[in-house]
Design a binder for this molecule. Sequence first.
Ligand code: ADP
Length: 497
Amino acid sequence: MTTLTCQNYLDGQWLDAFTKNTLDSCNPALVSEVVATFPRSQAEDVDKAVAAARKAYISWRKVPAPARAEYIFRVGELLLQHKEELAQLISREMGKPLTEARGDVQEGIDCAFYSAGEGRRLFGVTTPSEMPNKFAMTVRMPIGVCALITPWNFPVAIPCWKAMPALVCGNTVILKPAEDTPACATKLVEIFAAAGLPPGVINLVHGVGEEVGKALVEHPDIDLVSFTGSSETGAYVGATCGRTHKRVCLEMGGKNAQVVMEDADLELALDGAVWGAFGTTGQRCTATSRLILHRDIKEQFTTMLYERAAKLRLGAGYDPDTEIGPIINRRQLQRVNEYMHIARAEGAKILIGGEIARDGLLKEGNFFLPTILDNVTPEMRVAREEIFGPVVALIEVNSFEEAIAILNDTKYGLSSSVYTRNINRAFAAMRDIEAGITYINGPTIGAEVHLPFGGVKQTGNGHREAGTTALDVFTEWKSVYVDFSGSLQRAQIDNRN
Ligand code: ADP
């Protein structure tokens, strides 16, 4: 494979970093293969991006929203045309199986058409005034220059989730993609550029989080930061945005659980558990990392799960036989491995997996065997901390109430799932689970772009991405009063004594 050369995209031009320094991204299934070289940008590059976005904002906010949306429709069409090429690149640079990589792009396509449709809505409200001859309404206003800081696990979908609604709403954006997936971000921004967006409306700055990401978050001329990533970085981003008075939307960790009750369809629950826990190698924010099993089915279900996990085929994402791809990088591979020591030390039992894969070609990449941890209790670290790998912890419970209490016993609150045939339990679960997303008889993964995406508690900061809720992230409300009486009318607070 030839190594791709990526550049920053600033004010409509493709440029190297000011310092000319570069970094490499590699194929996680074959770490000796360099996929791309990309700029190691610094504060100077960020300054240029912010200046370009600020300048472009002056006219972009005045482009009618339906016309702004037409650019995003075009991005959607181009994504459709380039879907396979992008999916191949995602598989090579991020590692996920091709079918899932196509899904990553498809999510971008869905988001394009959904967000672009909003260009003809962006509804406000009209409402009666207290006074005669006075008109009252609300309108959405763009916020300004938005920094979009994104992770590597959905290298196309997540930047689309953020950039598309931001642009339709009239903001200009600077994308700072993850260090592990610069080529995916570059191809995506090439598509935005090919859709004809005016210079400066979308900018791309590559580099290290602590350098270029930090420079963005600290920059005084950025109005909003939308961040998806780890809780540690998110806490820093949130605190810095608080200090520097920026709007901020945070999507952070999860410790998602699937409950399987004794009345569940076990085959269905098994399909859900395998997909939820091991799909994308457990590297989705919504991945199932706890399985809460009723004691009556625990043994049977564990055997069924074991048999399925034992058959999963590991390999490079672009190999059509692969079911489980690699882990993104060596650091994360080691982190997952360390959790095995922690699990053992705390008394959990590793039923299957629990180690770095070393067979044949697998040792050339960052592969970890699909892992089931048994005898896990809710206070163990493996039941509380996000691992972000192909690892699922089994917790036995005696009742539905106990299952929900354990599911909720976490600082996170992103996704959740309950398998039951009992309608009363299903509705109680929908009411009582503390999470931004609840699935009934479906796995914890599988969000659709027209519904809000995000979590409660320490997963987020009260915002939701996707759906019409994304508009609330990327706009602010203005209340407009139009007095056509021709005289000063004081509001009720001032005229009723
Ligand atoms: P992970 O690597 O576990 O996905 P991170 O939170 O480290 O999670 O990374 C998510 C995104 O945040 C990446 O684009 C990364 O470069 C960026 N990032 C990391 N550290 C900082 C920081 N201090 N300031 C701003 N962005 C950062």
